[in-house]
Write a protein that binds this ligand. Structure first.
Ligand SMILES: Cc1ncc(COP(=O)(O)O)c(C=O)c1O
Length: 291
């Protein structure tokens, strides 16, 4: 989001957001209602404020509705605001939904918006020939985040940010700390110090490279496929057992389900209060063993 803002508003690197707000229409970011809470933190940390983030409603599978996104973009423009950034999620935390990237990428291209894909969870699908369709259209993103520790068995943490135009990193992040990041030292092009927000950190990419070398692409793909197969198996078993009920259609490696108390079996989803009965069960931390 910082890169997107630096592209839309290079002045933001020099002046405070409140000074700019007095001179320019406010910047607006979009993300789905099911996306990760870190987006809410980002608008606060960038000084844009929570009201700068529009939560786009989702369908029953937890995917962003692109028509609603289009309407919200137009609404912001009509209100004299400046849309600048869309976050689309590959693998939402709870439902495992993949947003419709092709349609979202079209909208971003049409309005000149930065498209970020939060693939922290689901970008690992790209490793599997049978699963990568889930990210169709994601190749058009300006940036993509990927946590390799989530699916690939790499120890926490191992996180990557891939950007389409690496040349945008230095102007947005460099702070002229030449005592560390001397531009004329050997292999200065490999020094990431001026390209990120952070300073001294562990070398995550070494773990990613080492794991890739040690296991090979086929083993990583098999690991992803195995996760998807286990989720499908779990969903089938839950569906055939009256003690449990699926809380949402399974997607990716996510299977959300309830334990159904004996007096509600088999679960009647048409009952107006079935959700109110089931919801308090999962947070319960004591009581008799569940039957
Ligand atoms: C969809 C999604 N995005 C982002 C995050 C957070 O990633 P990080 O721990 O790298 O901040 C998570 C969960 O950890 C997630 O599920």
């Amino acid at each position: 989001m910082h890169l997107a803002r630096a592209r839309s508003d290079p002045d933001a690197l020099e002046s405070s957001p409140s000074f700019l707000a007095a001179h320019k229409p406010p910047l607006i970011a979009f993300t789905s209602a099911h996306s990760h809470y870190s987006l809410k933190k980002s608008v606060v940390l960038l000084g844009l404020g929570r009201r700068a983030l529009r939560l786009v409603p989702c369908d029953d599978h937890g995917r962003m509705r692109p028509k609603t996104l289009a309407a919200l973009i137009h609404e912001a423009i009509d209100a004299g605001q400046r849309p600048f950034f869309v976050n689309a999620t590959a693998g939402t935390t709870v439902l495992g939904a993949f947003d419709p990237f092709l349609e979202i990428a079209d909208l971003c291209a049409q309005h000149g918006l930065w498209l970020h894909i939060d693939g922290t969870f689901g970008a690992s699908a790209l490793l599997s020939p049978s699963q990568r369709w889930r990210l169709d259209g994601a190749a058009r993103a300006d940036s993509l985040s990927w946590n390799l520790h989530k699916m690939l068995g790499i120890t926490q943490h191992c996180a990557a940010l891939l950007v389409r135009r690496p040349g945008q990193l230095r102007p947005a992040f460099a702070a002229s700390a030449d005592y560390l990041f001397q531009p004329d030292k050997p292999h200065a092009e490999l020094d990431s110090g001026d390209l990120t927000f952070q300073c001294a950190r562990r070398n995550d990419v070494f773990k990613a490279w080492f794991c890739w070398k040690a296991r090979g692409e086929a083993a990583l793909a098999a690991r992803v496929d195995h996760g998807v197969e286990l989720a499908a198996l779990a969903a089938r078993r839950i569906e055939s057992d009256p003690r449990f009920a699926l809380a949402a259609p399974p997607s990716w490696v996510n299977v959300c389900f309830w334990w159904v108390p004996p007096h509600l079996r088999p679960l009647d989803r048409t009952h107006p209060e079935f959700h109110a009965h089931l919801h308090p069960i999962a947070p319960r931390d004591q009581g008799p063993p569940l039957g």
